[in-house]
Design a protein around this ligand. Structure first.
Ligand SMILES: [Zn+2]
Length: 380
């Protein structure tokens, strides 16, 4: 169905079918006179008009706070950006000024270089424009934050990415009470439930030892920011031999070590002797190294992947991994639902991931829910 709104043609915008009727009149040329009723946000989206009372709205360049005139994790250049964490889909170059937590500063410097950073402690209150802000731990990666925004007594929290599981490399998730909670939903389906990470770390050690008996290297693919460091921290007192690191992993591990995070001893693969026998060695590499020339030096190897996606066996088979280890830095399905309940929010906006299932679950629980269509979701 085609609609012309503000000169934009939304050729296949199925959201129109979900606009709450009775308070909105739309024709081919009408401007929408109602805001925030859409269950499915489309960028550029006309449904959030300037007269909205919403503290955070969706703009073509990202989540935007009109009262403070700033964006949260924007995907296009803007003058003022509050950054929840260092993953590439949330922290990008090109912003005028960056607000972030102290713990995330070395990560942002690694990924974005020198920028105009305005660094804050967790829980410290500060103002941008007419909005009162504070950053609270999201438990996702080192320095990750939820953004609490308060204007005229109304409180919104934008979660960024988060998890509730224990992680020795970052501060635990902090529950922040709010009226509206903007939640990620990367793993927003009931099938996604995480095992105890400690148990998974033991499985990794057992796998490496099996590989040793067969004369094979144990190549474990994992994300270079957060996952690799978390695995190395979990393995620290479980294994007795150092892990070898791909160069892309090495850089991030150094950043975490400088921040005082204790991890298993490591050695760069690049520093091993030519013609080394890698039998029984655990090797951490980014997923992009799979199938690359770099991998050929390990003549006999098993390949595993550490990710929440490994919860679904078909994902492992499709990508030809010998082993899948279920470790995620995102909330699983029960923790997504628990977190919404814990915040006390009466309204939920889901961003990237499986937003439909969580919207349905929220509506069934009597909580108003909708989605923002964002550019997030890169690292898993
Ligand atoms: Zn992330």
């Amino acid at each position: 169905m085609a609609r012309t709104v503000y000169g934009e043609t939304l050729a296949t915008c199925d959201a129109w079918g979900q606009v709450a009727l009775g308070s909105v009149s739309l024709s081919e040329t009408d401007e929408p006179n109602v805001v925030g009723l859409c269950t499915n946000m489309h960028a550029p989206c006309p449904h959030m008009a300037a007269d909205s009372n919403d503290l955070i709205v969706l703009r073509p360049e990202g989540l935007y706070c009109p009262a403070g005139d700033f964006h949260i994790d924007p995907w296009k250049p803007v003058p003022r950006a509050v950054i929840t964490h260092g993953h590439g889909d949330h922290a990008r170059t090109g912003m005028g000024r960056y607000w972030a937590t102290r713990d995330s500063l070395p990560i942002l410097q690694w990924r974005l270089g020198e920028q105009d950073y305005d660094i804050r402690h967790y829980g410290e209150a500060f103002r941008i424009g007419d909005a009162r802000l504070s950053l609270h731990s999201a438990g996702h990666v080192l320095g990750s934050a939820q953004v609490r925004v308060e204007v005229d007594g109304q409180v919104w929290v934008a979660s960024g990415d988060y998890k509730r599981q224990a992680d020795p490399t970052c501060a635990p998730f902090e529950v922040v009470r709010c009226d509206t909670f903007i939640t990620e939903a990367t793993f927003g389906l009931p099938v996604y439930r995480w095992p105890d990470t400690r148990e998974v770390a033991r499985e990794i050690v057992a796998w490496r030892r099996q590989c040793a008996e067969r004369g094979e290297a144990a190549i474990l693919y994992c994300y270079a920011l957060g996952k690799a460091q978390r695995l190395l921290a979990e393995l620290r007192d479980l294994d007795d031999q150092p892990a070898l690191l791909h160069g892309a992993i090495q850089v991030g591990v150094e950043v975490y070590r400088k921040a005082g995070i204790a991890m298993l001893d490591t050695q760069p693969v690049a520093e091993t002797a030519k013609g080394s026998d890698y039998a029984g060695q655990l090797v951490l590499a980014p997923p992009s190294a799979a199938g690359s020339p770099w991998i050929r030096r390990f003549r006999k190897a098993q390949q595993g992947f550490a990710s929440g996606w490994m919860r679904v066996r078909g994902n492992r088979r499709r990508r030809n991994y010998d082993r899948g280890f279920v470790v995620s830095d995102h909330a699983d399905w029960p923790d997504l639902l628990r977190t919404v309940r814990d915040t006390g929010a009466s309204r939920v906006i889901a961003t990237h991931g499986n937003t439909d299932a969580i919207i349905r679950a929220m509506n069934e629980a009597g909580i108003a829910a909708e989605a923002f269509r964002t550019d997030y979701g890169g690292e898993e």
